[in-house]
Design a protein around this ligand. Structure first.
Ligand code: ATP
Ligand code: MG
Length: 389
């Protein structure tokens, strides 16, 4: 049996001139993602990516993995056969036998990308459907809500037979949207923000601020585990662990308590921007969400990003907590995110944080800090850890 995986491209089919570039990126992402499961021939024709095993491959795992790759609208495991009506029928019978045996109703749907095929789509569906019904008389033909759809696709190189396709991950291929820094804490929100930006085709570089010994090795491990989980969708990632203790201690000693959080967050942004510029990244991404906490009022967000020259993107800005948690559960980051290790923000939380800080007083408070020296020391002591899928 010529087992194959067919991947239908998502919204990238709407692209004009960039389309080929998107396809090349998608195929290279698929190639990298499927490497652990054997050798595959991967090619692209007519909005479909074909994944053909070369020799012995773990097809089941490869198929599951394709569901996590952005840029793909639907996935199906199919059998390839010659473009001849009886070969198609025999392939449907042998390849889909378990499904044909267990379903109660069915229909055949044919598509002809190769218009040279001598039958029309309707004729082919009727031919295959009629004979399948003879072979499996319990199957009721049902045009509107069949339990099983037998799909037949006549394409350039061969005919393909498969059962119902499943949804793919959607979005755009990772890499076509440029590179950005994602500020990754150990919480629920920032892994979801990272996932959503990767879905729009962005290659992400995670940065984590680590306040040892106020936060433990376990808190760092948690961020590393989250990164590892995210590589499934985001591809290879190198986390930059930035030492943040000295900065937090200086702020606590020198600045008014109500402004601690916003000043601390401005340092996170400044350092992230430096890392962004060094790595060809065009923006920062955070898990901030309007009104969630004192530091996430519109006023506080404005003051936070005032120190930047590149944009900050906040994909969760208007989501409800429940919507964020639903995504976190789907992408399997939730259980790690709720492990009870303290974050650097919680350790230094002021008793009464200012919800509407004024930029002038923040700038005045920062005068007591040697910003450049603090930033430079943090940057020179970064630890980097790479994760692959
Ligand atoms: P999260 O659930 O992602 O921790 P949160 O609701 O707890 O978010 P904050 O702790 O105020 O919110 O942080 C807001 C955003 O700032 C986070 O989503 C993340 O992008 C960034 N951030 C916070 N703490 C850190 C950290 N230690 N390292 C890197 N980024 C951080
Ligand atoms: Mg947090």
């Amino acid at each position: 049996m010529n087992d194959i995986i067919l991947l239908k491209q998502g919204e990238m089919v709407l692209k004009g001139q960039n389309r080929r570039e998107f396809e090349i990126k998608l195929m290279s992402n698929i190639r990298r993602r499927l490497k652990p499961f054997g050798e595959f021939k991967i090619y692209c024709m007519q909005s479909t990516v074909y994944v053909e095993p070369q020799g012995l491959c773990d097809m089941e795992s490869a198929y599951e993995a394709t569901k996590t790759i952005f840029g793909i609208m639907s996935v199906a495991r199919a059998a390839a056969c010659p473009k001849e009506k009886d070969a198609i029928l025999e392939t449907a019978i042998s390849y889909l036998e378990p499904l044909l045996m267990s379903a109660n109703s069915f229909k055949v749907e044919s598509k002809r990308a190769d218009k040279r095929f001598p039958m029309s789509s309707i004729e082919l569906s009727q031919y295959v459907g009629g004979l399948l019904h003879d072979r499996f008389p319990h199957l009721k033909p049902e045009m509107h809500t069949p339990e099983l759809i037998v799909n037949v696709e006549i394409r350039d190189l061969a005919a393909y037979v498969h059962g119902s396709a499943e949804s793919g991950a959607g979005g755009l291929p990772v890499g076509v949207g440029g590179r950005m820094i994602t500020l990754l804490s150990g919480g629920i929100d920032s892994p979801v923000a990272t996932y959503l930006m990767a879905k729009r085709g962005v290659k992400l570089l995670p940065v984590h601020f680590f306040s040892h010994p106020y936060t433990s090795e376990m808190a760092k491990e948690k961020v590393l585990t989250l990164t590892k989980i995210l590589t499934k969708h985001c591809g290879r990632m190198t986390v930059e662990i930035v030492p943040f203790t000295e900065i937090q201690e200086s702020i606590r000693t020198n600045c008014p308590e109500g402004l601690l959080t916003v000043i601390m967050r401005r340092f996170m942004m400044r350092i992230s921007e430096r890392i962004a510029l060094h790595n060809g990244c065009i923006a920062l991404v955070t898990g901030e969400n309007l009104g969630q906490v004192a530091s996430q009022t519109a006023e506080a967000l404005a003051v936070t990003e005032q120190c930047l020259t590149i944009p900050t993107l906040r994909p969760l800005i208007a989501l409800d907590k429940k919507e964020i948690i639903d995504i976190a559960r789907n992408i399997k980051t939730f259980d790690t995110s709720i492990l009870p290790y303290e974050d650097c923000c919680t350790v230094f939380t002021p008793r009464r944080p200012r919800t509407k800080p004024k930029i002038a007083e923040v700038l005045a408070a920062e005068e007591s800090l040697d910003i450049e020296a603090l930033v430079a020391r943090a940057l020179s002591n970064i630890e980097r850890i790479t994760f692959d899928i």
